[in-house]
Design a protein around this ligand. Structure first.
Ligand code: BGC
Length: 378
């Protein structure tokens, strides 16, 4: 009882703090960071006293990042007293539709969705809206729907720009008199993130393709020509094999500009098959997600860089959105312009992506507590 009263007083004090203008870090935060579990649990209950259910639909467990995303979300939501229904669709579009239908039927109070192919979810999202269930888009924008309340993601164009700048700086493209061969491996055409990444990347690299500093011998530089459905590692490997045999018999491939660690693994396998050697003629290979294997490959020299996306931070931001739709209040939003899904501009929080390579992985990844030295040494 005492605890509850203290919780209320603290919550009231916090609200007052907000009213008189706390710093930006406090503004818009969902209530109750007091540690008073009594208050937290009462907020996470429906009016009939039952625990509120948050259903989390994730795309696949085939890549490590989504496993981390799912477990972070579950842990953080459960710590706030919510019941969590976490499901993975294994990149099967229809399976995700059925999972979300079941989540609605099972009485979810809020849906968090990282789509496989968001165009397939429009009807099921309308059903959720009809049933009064708010939806938060997680990492991937939900297109063509007015049923989505908020979007938590990383700055997707920023990911592309960071990859482009990394290539630009590593090869000193601004000043060099050399030319470098490059091939592109871009993301899935049904994922809005993939196009944004491509646009950010090309904003940096297109001038060098235009002036001949970068040479793409396959001629495949457009998004349509380089996108890879469902982010398939196997397709990336096959494309790389085809490029190597078709266009690089007489000249080496210098740069694999890939949008995903899975693609970097595919390129690595293709390059090994074609006889390339790390430390000799191995190309610069980019990636995204800083998966454990990618980070190990960076240390070993078979991948050059990746984009570190702290999924713990993304989950934190998403949880504030869940709290806002379920308990009232305003979540933290830092972009109200870029993410137009065709029906509305979705209020978004963009986390900052960071380029990592062998020079800074210790500081960013190990010191940041993402992976330990032991995990990286295994
Ligand atoms: C995510 C990336 C991820 C890719 C493949 C994208 O939507 O933003 O972080 O690498 O999907 O899973």
């Amino acid at each position: 009882m005492k605890k509850r009263v203290l919780g209320l007083l603290l919550t009231a004090a916090m609200s007052l703090g907000m009213m008189v203008g706390c710093g930006p870090a406090d503004t818009g935060k969902a209530p109750d960071t007091t540690g008073d579990t009594t208050t937290e649990q009462s907020e996470s209950k429906t009016s009939d006293g039952s625990v509120k259910r948050v259903a989390v639909a994730m795309p696949t467990q085939s890549s490590e990042r989504w496993i981390n995303d799912g477990s972070n979300m579950k842990e953080k939501l459960e710590a706030l007293g919510y019941e969590v229904d976490l499901q993975y669709a294994e990149d099967d579009v229809q399976a995700q539709v059925s999972q979300i239908e079941n989540m609605i039927a099972a009485g979810a109070d809020c849906l968090v969705i990282a789509a496989v192919d968001s165009s397939a979810l429009v009807n099921v999202e309308a059903q959720a809206k009809e049933a009064g269930i708010p939806i938060i888009a997680y990492d991937r924008l939900l297109m063509d729907t007015d049923a989505v309340s908020y979007y938590a993601t990383f700055d997707n164009k920023g990911v592309g720009t960071a990859i482009g700048k990394y290539i630009e700086e590593s090869k000193d493209l601004k000043n060099t008199s050399e030319t470098y061969t490059i091939e592109f491996f871009m993301g899935s055409p049904d994922d809005n993130n993939a196009v944004m990444l491509y646009n950010g990347l090309m904003e940096v690299l297109q001038p060098y393709l235009d002036d001949g500093t970068l040479v793409c011998k396959s001629g495949r530089t457009s998004f349509d020509d380089t996108c890879i459905l469902r982010w398939s590692q196997e397709t990336a490997q096959q494309n790389c094999e085809n490029y190597l045999t078709g266009f690089y018999a007489d000249e080496k491939l210098d740069i694999c500009a890939t949008a995903f660690d899975g693609f970097a693994y595919g390129c690595k396998a293709a390059l090994e098959g074609a006889g390339y050697k790390v430390g000799e003629d191995w190309p610069l290979i980019t990636g995204q997600d800083a998966e454990l294997m990618a980070t190990k490959n960076i240390i070993a020299g078979s991948q050059t860089m990746s984009i570190y996306k702290d999924t713990r931070l993304l989950a934190d931001k998403c949880v504030t959105m869940v709290q806002a739709v379920l308990e009232g209040g305003e979540p933290e939003i830092n972009d109200t312009e870029q993410y137009d899904n065709g029906k509305l501009v979705v209020p978004s929080y963009l986390c900052t992506p960071v380029a990592v390579d062998k020079d800074n992985y210790k500081k960013i990844i190990v010191d940041g507590g993402y992976y330990t030295e032991e995990q990286l040494a295994e």
